[in-house]
Ligand binder design. Structure first.
Ligand code: ZN
Length: 116
């Protein structure tokens, strides 16, 4: 499951951040995940739930912010919500567009417990 390895690397990054400030526990983590990042939200939730066991994130509150993918039509400059790369512009049916958002997969913020 590809979401599991993603969950593992998220935890790895978060733990590194926490260690950098001498903290032992991560209490909250906010993630930005675009609708076109190639990730199943449900699978990611499940993967995170399993992957946090015995890590610094075991009791962390994880929030996944779903970022709706948006594109800008190259022809008529309409901004529209997109669900697939081949979607055409709803206004002019143009097929060329620039993806504005929706491919993100990043940690927005990490909250760590005070250093002990
Ligand atoms: Zn258009």
């Amino acid at each position: 499951m590809h979401e599991f390895s993603i969950a593992m690397s998220i935890i790895e990054i978060a733990e590194k951040e926490a260690k950098a400030v001498n903290s032992k526990y991560i209490s909250a983590l906010d993630l930005d995940v675009g609708t076109m990042a190639g990730i199943e939200y449900y699978a990611l939730d499940t993967a995170l739930e399993m992957a946090v066991k015995d890590t610094m994130m075991e009791n962390a509150k994880i929030k996944v912010n779903k970022i709706q993918a948006k594109a800008l039509c190259s022809d008529c400059k309409t901004e529209f919500e997109i669900s697939c790369i081949t979607d055409s512009c709803p206004k002019c049916n143009g097929l060329f567009h620039e993806i504005l958002s929706g491919k993100e997969l990043k940690i927005r913020s990490i909250v760590v417990e005070d250093a002990v």
